[in-house]
Design a protein around this ligand. Structure first.
Ligand SMILES: NC(=O)c1ccc[n+]([C@@H]2O[C@H](COP(=O)([O-])OP(=O)(O)OC[C@H]3O[C@@H](n4cnc5c(N)ncnc54)[C@H](OP(=O)(O)O)[C@@H]3O)[C@@H](O)[C@H]2O)c1
Length: 269
């Protein structure tokens, strides 16, 4: 009986050759170049989003970020005004980016807010407004970006979640729910669009030094630090480099994953 390796005599492993026969893996790999791409990061005017933008810029990509108010961006980064809670403003921002850089090939859904308070004090608006920005906002931009990615038959979607999403945190029922929901988006998206050269992954930062965490009381910061095995908080660039990598060709076979950048805080949660 003929073995699979004999049937496909390409000098490659039967596994790779079989994929090449199907025409999906080889097309997405040979056409993909992880530089010079049109990259869009929501909420990229400061904090983790800006660090991600700078990392892609250094990689030679064409980088655009959304911002809500006036902003002073480093040279080389295109700023487009958009509020992720407003579909029309997202569409307008995408049109500007597409005109300047071409269809978005890498989308980083980063824009996020917190409204921390304990359950009994959390109003329904505290809950729904965080969900609307963090989760529905991600849905809105991913849906808009996916049209171009499907046409291109390639794309990278990275959702910026949080260790709170799977680990939980007191006072963050709204925020954790929004961040856990991102895992569902990435995994369902992977199952819907994985065969089109599109990957969707979640990056889950722990405690990163940004405006968002600077707002926390010193006591809260100390108690978080006590639980981080690495014994320190991280800089935004440490998240940014992981995002850039998971959006690269090297990570073409990773999709639906949750990648922690948390100094060991969550450990698989
Ligand atoms: N810092 C951490 O330790 C940490 C840990 C885990 C996860 N994260 C996540 O990482 C992401 C970035 O966090 P960060 O610490 O860099 O936060 P940040 O400094 O507070 O920045 C948040 C960004 O989101 C934007 N944004 C908020 N609401 C928006 C809306 N409705 N439409 C468009 N943009 C909006 C902000 O724009 P404006 O400047 O216009 O307000 C800003 O650019 C968030 O999703 C956050 O949940 C952060």
């Amino acid at each position: 009986m003929q073995r699979a390796a004999d049937r496909i005599d390409t000098g490659k492993s039967p596994f790779i050759a079989a994929y090449e026969c199907r025409g999906t893996w080889s097309e997405s790999m040979s056409e993909a170049v992880s530089t010079g791409r049109s990259v869009l990061i929501t909420g990229g005017n400061r904090g983790i989003g800006l660090a991600i933008a700078e990392s892609f810029l250094a990689n030679g990509d064409k980088v655009a970020v959304t911002y809500r108010s006036e902003t002073d961006l480093p040279e080389g980064i295109l700023g487009v005004k958009a509020d992720v809670t407003d579909e029309a403003s997202i569409d307008a921002a995408f049109k500007v980016v597409e005109e300047a850089h071409g269809p978005v090939e890498v989308l980083v859904a980063n824009a996020g807010i917190t409204k921390d308070t304990l359950l009994l004090r959390m109003s329904e608006n505290d809950f729904t407004s965080v969900l609307d920005t963090n989760l529905t906002g991600a849905f809105r931009v991913i849906k808009r970006a996916s049209k171009g990615m499907i046409r291109l038959r390639k794309g990278r979607v990275v959702l910026i979640s949080s260790v709170s999403g799977l680990y939980g945190a007191p006072g963050q029922i709204n925020y954790s729910a929004s961040k856990a929901g991102m895992v569902g988006i990435a995994r369902s998206l992977t199952r819907e669009l994985g065969s089109r050269g599109i990957t969707a992954n979640v990056v889950a930062p722990g405690f990163i030094n940004t405006d968002m965490t600077a707002e926390l009381p010193e006591e809260t910061q100390k108690s978080y630090l006590a639980n981080v095995p690495a014994g320190r908080f991280a800089e935004a660039s440490e998240v940014a480099d992981v995002v850039r990598w998971v959006a690269s060709d090297e990570a073409a076979y990773i999709s639906g994953a949750v990648i922690p950048v948390d100094g060991g805080l969550g450990m698989g949660h």
